[in-house]
Design a protein around this ligand. Structure first.
Ligand code: FAD
Length: 340
């Protein structure tokens, strides 16, 4: 057990995970004048929206007939940060030690907090990597598992590997701007929406089924890929500028499983106040489990609202749980441009 250094900053609420749930929780914590921190293992905020599908439209946000995932993430971020929360990115929480002051040990240090909200989604996730031994050396040099900005592929020859929704959607998304899109998939059956597969077949994308990637080539940067037909074993060299493997993600609760929380499968069991089995530790969003739970953004943000307002009362028993109506509260924080 680490002893709490007296000069270390103690936060009211530390949120593990900066996805939509964590970001909305951060907004509410600011509104409730809680000293708040977010820790996320990814290099950017936004969770699955930024890591898995930034260029996809979301159609089920209240009040938004359609919104790009990355735009929603940016707006959530702007809303969340207006009260000046502390943000720690590229940092993974490894241990949680309960107490009146809870300790969170990360790969970079120790954080002290009165309450914790675990909004860790499906856990820290990492993309499934290509088995080709030459692939790793080209990551960041033409080979990318995450597509943050499709514009960088304008006029490029792009190779997509995979047969799921992400692979098919990215092929269709990049087709209008790339010089050429080739998709290789090791089977002839796709795990993507039938409608998308149909669109792919009718598009100008070159689709090569029963093909796998054997080798990535290039001096400094990717300039070609060697693919082979897994039926005929014939090899072929494709001239490409970018390789975008879309093989899915490995997600695991990882260290969270060892924190002594009551879990159900890969989720944390919570009561109607979003409290976990550890005093002062709440869970919300995809990671929370309760009867009737749906893993959606709208329900995650609702979970966050409940969790934060109960966390407020946990710290200050004289505080109301009900936050009041935001429309009647004059924000005391400043926006990102520093305007009061
Ligand atoms: P996440 O978005 O998963 O964020 C969790 C964050 O926690 C991650 O950033 C992760 O890095 C971090 N983290 C995890 N463990 C740790 C740790 N130990 N230390 C530090 N950080 C950690 N939902 C909808 O409502 N509408 C849609 O149209 C929709 N479309 C989707 C399309 C796709 C392709 C996918 C994959 C999902 C879609 N979803 C949709 C689901 C939606 O994205 C999730 O419900 C939502 O992202 C959950 O938010 P969250 O904040 O709970 O978790």
């Amino acid at each position: 057990m680490l002893t709490h250094p007296h000069d270390a900053e103690i936060f009211d609420l530390t949120i593990i995970g900066g996805g939509p749930t964590g970001l909305f929780a951060c907004y509410y914590a600011g509104l409730r004048q809680m000293k708040t921190k977010i820790i996320d293992s990814l290099p950017q905020l936004g969770g699955q929206l930024m890591a898995l599908y930034p260029e996809k439209y979301i159609f089920d946000m209240p009040g938004f007939p359609k919104v790009l995932a990355k735009q929603l993430a940016l707006d959530l971020e702007m809303q969340a940060l207006q009260y000046g929360a502390t943000i720690c990115l590229d940092e993974t929480v490894r241990h949680l030690r309960p107490g009146a002051v809870i300790e969170l040990e990360t790969d970079k240090g120790v954080h002290f907090t009165r309450t914790v909200l675990i909004a860790a989604g499906v856990g820290a996730f990492t993309p499934k990597r290509l088995p080709a031994p030459t692939a790793a050396a080209y990551e960041g040099r033409g080979l990318a598992y995450t597509i943050l900005n499709k514009e960088i592929y304008r006029d490029q020859r792009v190779l997509i590997v995979g047969g799921g929704d992400s692979a098919v959607d990215w092929a269709l998304n990049l087709e209008p701007i790339a010089a050429r899109v080739t998709l290789v998939h090791r089977r002839d059956g796709f795990r993507a929406h039938e409608e998308s597969v149909e669109k792919l077949k009718n598009s100008s994308c070159r689709v090569k089924v029963f093909y796998e990637l054997r080798e990535v080539c290039g001096a400094e940067w990717v300039d070609s890929a060697i693919v082979y037909n897994n039926k005929t074993k014939e090899e072929e060299r494709l001239r490409v500028d970018a390789i975008l493997p879309q093989l899915g993600f490995n997600a695991s609760l990882g260290p969270i499983k060892d924190w002594g929380l009551e879990t159900s499968g890969s989720s944390i069991v919570v009561n109607p106040r979003m409290e976990s089995s550890i005093n002062g530790v709440y869970a919300a969003g995809d990671i929370a489990d309760y009867p009737g739970k749906l893993k959606l953004i709208a329900t995650g943000t609702a979970d966050a609202t409940v969790a934060v307002n109960f966390a407020k009362q946990h710290i200050d028993p004289t505080a109301n749980v009900f936050p009041g109506h935001s429309s009647e509260i004059v924000p005391s924080g400043k926006d990102r441009a520093g305007r009061a």
